[in-house]
Write a protein that binds this ligand. Structure first.
Ligand code: FES
Length: 84
């Protein structure tokens, strides 16, 4: 099953699930629409297991390893976030 990991925790989910599930792992969300930037998180591994950047993410000009988790979905495999 697709898995979201941090340095100390893991959460299994379903393919195509919103990365907003990472709220259970401590990611903070604000607007849920790609505007506020509060959910920006560095992805340490599995970046290619996420859906591609949305126009909202591109507009933010984030480092390619940082994603707005309210904007992406976990399509397969495991993604590791830079969180304790
Ligand atoms: S919660 Fe505002 S950009 Fe993701």
């Amino acid at each position: 099953m697709p898995t979201i990991k941090t340095n100390s925790r893991r959460l299994t989910t379903i393919a195509g699930a919103s990365m907003e599930a990472a709220a259970e792992l401590g990611v903070l969300f604000g607007c849920h629409s790609g505007v506020c930037g509060k959910c920006a998180t560095t992805v340490l591994a599995g970046l290619n297991n996420l859906s591609g950047p949305t126009p909202e993410e591109k507009a933010k000009g984030l480092d390619p390893a940082r994603r707005l988790l309210c904007q992406c979905r976990l399509t397969k495999g495991t993604v590791k976030l830079d969180l304790d």
